[in-house]
Design a binder for this molecule. Structure first.
Ligand code: DX5
Ligand code: ZN
Length: 219
């Protein structure tokens, strides 16, 4: 999968006091997507960005805004995130009762629709919505915080979902604990988009880190 590998730095680990400059910096450093972790202090024990902040940073880059909603409920807020400038809107399968409806709503707003699965959620929950999906996001940590350790059991889930996807044009993204040590196992299992938060933002040279991640995936 490495020939089409997309790197999505998570701005959860950026310096929030200069968020616009951080988005410009990862753009220049060669990221593919800008991963935006939206947390509500309810679905996950942390609170981050709302639509006004996303709208503020939208002019800083033309790169894809990959908006990961860790909020419950998500449905009442989907339109706001669409209007704020999201390109991909990902909801958690565990967040709302009617996942099929959420996905239809996201596409109805003209955006790409994603679903995310917590580490304990089996891939069977997406079996009947595959034709409504543009992206599947496998959480390889329990969502809420950056800098956690990769949960190895998710490699099997990534392999199974890659097989479920078959020929469909669906991105398979992995989020949590991805760094130069773990990225190859993730891409070998079938992921073609990787989120990297602390791995990218902990150093000063974002370009070198993104390059090192691509090299490690292809090694
Ligand atoms: C966790 C978030 C992740 C997080 C990843 O809830 O969804 O996107 O920022 O951070 P790292 O790459 O540091 O594990
Ligand atoms: Zn995320």
């Amino acid at each position: 999968m490495t020939d089409t590998l997309k790197i999505a730095p998570s701005i959860l680990s950026a310096d929030f006091s200069r968020l616009g400059a951080e988005v410009e910096a990862i753009d220049k450093a060669g990221c593919d997507y800008v991963h935006i972790d939206v947390m509500d202090g309810h679905f996950v024990p942390n609170l981050t960005f709302g639509p006004p902040i996303i709208e503020c940073i939208r002019p800083c880059t033309d790169k894809v805004f990959d908006v990961h909603l860790m909020i419950n409920p998500a449905q009442p807020h989907l339109e706001s995130y669409a209007k704020a400038g999201a390109d991909i809107i990902t909801v958690h399968a565990e967040a709302d009762v009617h996942l099929d409806r959420s996905l239809q709503m996201i596409r109805g707003f003209g955006k790409k629709a994603g679903v995310s699965l917590n580490p304990s959620t089996p891939e069977s929950v997406i079996e009947y919505v595959l034709d409504k999906l543009d992206l599947i996001l496998v959480m390889s940590v329990n969502p809420g915080f950056g800098g956690q350790s990769f949960i190895e059991s998710q490699l099997d889930k990534i392999r199974r979902i890659r097989s479920m996807i078959g020929d469909r044009p669906i991105d398979l993204e992995v989020d949590g604990g991805v760094n130069v040590e773990t990225i190859k196992s993730v891409t070998d299992a079938g992921a073609n988009v990787v989120v990297a938060g602390s791995a990218v933002f902990k150093g000063d040279d974002y370009s070198a880190t993104i390059g090192a991640l691509r090299d490690a995936a292809g090694a």
